[in-house]
Design a protein around this ligand. Structure first.
Ligand SMILES: C[S@@+](CC[C@H](N)C(=O)[O-])C[C@H]1O[C@@H](n2cnc3c(N)ncnc32)[C@H](O)[C@@H]1O
Length: 244
């Protein structure tokens, strides 16, 4: 099997599958672990991982859920997630210094995920325009997604019809709004309205309050490694919402 040529996807592979950096736990693994903890004694039949990239959190959720669907807008990510599910192996090269790259390999069995992978399926889909078939979930996880969407409100508004009563919507985001991804008029927060600051958490509450109860928020750090010596350290806010 050859090494993946797609640099952006390879970078995400490193982020999703490599060991902790500077003592900060792996982000998608941590999100899935907390999601399972928050589920408590709720049924764990079906979960949806939106913006799943190469599928780390989808595979991790499948340790506890009967069935997990990972979706991503990017066909390139979904192809690699699917390849990993089918073959149990992914090989990729990441930049270390200038032209120098290092070669890495992911093996699902090294993570104890070879059985979980049978319960995961991956689809290319748009979070802001999901087909009705994506419904009936006990959990929807949207990790580091909302500030990358072209219409995050549309995504959040559709959640009530996709999650069963008593089920959870878990959103994690550093709220790094940028017009590169989201037109300013579509931002959920991070602006002033009538002279008052509107935070993204407040913006989400306005949209979700009718159908969801905010259970808890917590910070989850992550480190994104760019080269051997360059890293970005970020704090994402996880908010847990229970469908009424
Ligand atoms: C910052 S990454 C987060 C990946 C992963 N959830 C994590 O926490 O590491 C954002 C992901 O959202 C995906 N994405 C962006 N817009 C999307 C959309 N409209 N529908 C579904 N996925 C989308 C991107 O392709 C990318 O994989």
């Amino acid at each position: 099997m050859s090494y993946m040529q797609d640099e952006a996807v390879a970078q995400y592979c490193r982020f999703a599958w490599q060991e902790n950096r500077f003592g900060v736990p792996n982000f998608p693994e941590t999100c899935a672990k907390f999601a399972i903890e928050y589920m408590g004694d709720r049924p764990m039949r079906k979960a949806l991982d939106v913006g799943c990239a190469t599928g780390r959190s989808s595979f991790e959720l499948a340790r506890s859920f009967d069935e997990v669907t990972g979706i991503d807008f990017s066909t390139r990510f979904i192809m690699e997630a699917q390849r990993l599910k089918e073959s149990g192996v992914l090989r990729y090269a990441v930049p270390e210094e200038g032209e120098i790259v290092s070669y890495r390999e992911i093996r699902l069995n090294k993570f104890g995920l070879e059985h979980a992978s049978k319960k995961v399926n991956f689809w290319q889909a748009d979070a802001c325009n999901l087909k009705p078939i994506f419904s009936g979930y006990d959990l929807v996880l949207a990790a580091n997604l909302i500030d990358r969407l072209y219409d995050p409100r549309k995504f959040l508004e559709s959640m009530a019809s996709r999650i069963v009563p008593g089920g959870l919507l878990i959103v994690a985001s550093p709220y790094s709004w940028s017009e590169q991804f989201t037109p300013k008029e579509k931002w959920l927060g991070g602006f002033k309205r009538d002279g008052e600051n509107v935070t993204t958490l407040e913006g989400m509450k306005e949209i979700l309050a009718k159908d969801f109860r905010l259970v808890e928020t917590r910070d989850i750090e992550f480190v994104l490694q760019e080269t051997a010596r360059k890293h970005q350290h970020t704090v994402s806010e996880m908010s847990v919402w229970e469908r009424r």
